[in-house]
Design a protein around this ligand. Sequence first.
Ligand code: F6R
Length: 613
Amino acid sequence: MCGIVGCIGHEKSVAFLLEGLEKLEYRGYDSAGIAVHGGDELKVYKARGKLENLRNLLNGNSSSYSLKAGIGHIRWATHGVPNETNAHPHISSENKVSIVHNGIIENYKELKRELSERGVEFKSQTDTEVIAHLIEDFLNQGHEFCDAIRHALKKLDGAYALGVIFKEDPETLYAARKSAPLIVGVGKNRNFIASDAPAILEHTKRVIYLEDNEIAQIKSSSYKILDLEGNILKKKVETLPWEPVSVSKMGYKHFMLKEIHEQPDVIRQTLFDKLRSTDQPLNLKEVKLTRQQLENLDRIQVIACGTSLHAALVGKYLIEEFTGVPVDVEASSEYIYKRAIVSKNSITIGVSQSGETADTLTAIKQAKAKGSHVLVITNRPDSTMAREADSLLPVNAGFEVSVAATKSYSAQLMAFYLLAIFLAEIKNSLPAERIEEYKKELIQLPQKIEMILSNKEKIHECAIKFHNTRNFIYIARGINFPVALEGALKLKEISYINATGYPAGELKHGPIAMLDETIPVLSVLAPGKVYEKVLSNSEESKARNANMIAVTSEENEHLEQVFDFIINIPYTDEVFSPILTTIPLQLLAYYIAEFLGKDIDQPRNLAKSVTVE
Ligand code: F6R
């Protein structure tokens, strides 16, 4: 949510900033801007909307003193509408300081009032602008550059990752962090800052992870990391576990479609890494609990947001079914304002694609502070959450560019399958033959997904028929109920059609009142415990004239009478069905959004990494 980059010592600073911002565009696209040294002043260029607009603005107008400090920003608006004035970088009244910011300054109104009373004029409606004025205020009081930042930071409440440059200190780039991600990239005669690794990977893999309340004072060939009292800190230079990211769509029209098609390989890779044989116990060495602790485990709480929350709900079903251990799943944003209850034999699992989601990060910190062992399931082993974790279970889906999560969700599901089997083996809660069958079936799944991906006509037809509908309902029960939630979320976020997922049995307790011939109802009908029940709930909807769609592996005449569209998928045991039933729902959302001409990879109002509360 907002991305920042910065560099010092780079001979093509404007080009670096633009390329870096392009890699961070998934973090927001309300506006983009850069600030560089140009002659004897700070030059700020900014444009509303996507980075492309900034590129157009800069076309032929990007003169700057190369090798000097520069900063850039991509915005997801929190305070103030997305326009050019509110775009970052912000600049202080006397043009001495320019800053970029990711986060929210909670006491900005109070600070703004104080500064306004002293004659400072504000140009924007942002919370960020106060920081630029505050730093300038301390400069004018006689503090040197880094001290001015330190004093200003002490006055801020809230979250920030900051990049700062000074007109009169062109050879230095400053950065600071509190509750928002920021790394310092260490290069050869040039150094960088960025909200996330992809922005700097082509230039260096050596990084310093800034921690809360740390300030970096960075020159082209040296750097210092200080605390808020000005003490110099010793920091480790670490190596990023990534190769430079390819931003190629590989011939697909959108990243989302490419990422949907990557799912069989993502699952194959996970199984190759973790499930070497079906008749040997799984060894999840990433789980840093003793055998005794695992045997005694009697409760698990899982915290996550959005799509990761839906994966967690599938995980709850699996772990409870396989081990009998109760699992509570909670949205992180709800968890953090409740009394955190942890017990001796419980653990907390945080699930997050990005590993940076502010609510989930706060939630796992709270659980950890209460003494819980925290296991993090994330696609980013280099993230803040990964570094907070007691146990880290990386999901290795590769970089996910599209804002709507697809392959990372499937990878998170796989992490839960492996974890549930691992626990069942330790607790001896399932017969060994059943576990072996489960492992064999897991290995079949990538091929079954490929069958769905090579047979998309029905999904396409369905999208043509329903792309103009305004409301969509998804129903399912049991382990597929979270799939109904996920299908509805995918449709909402990329097509802006109102879609809701319900437990099928709940329809008759209210939502059925909405049904008529204008509303499609999509039923997830996996053979198993609840198949007949979902079918009968579907018949109740049909009786109210709803347009009926089924996602199922069954084929029979009765289904043909109830459903207008049947999307067939291969058969799998009910416990594995979410891996397959999700795929047509991702594709349906994709094709509907495509027919509507929506901006699929960058849907309005969203950002991929939600680093504010
Ligand atoms: C939906 C989506 C979001 C994220 C949510 C949590 O497609 O991507 O709902 O799942 O913002 O993000 P992470 O998983 O990074 O914590």
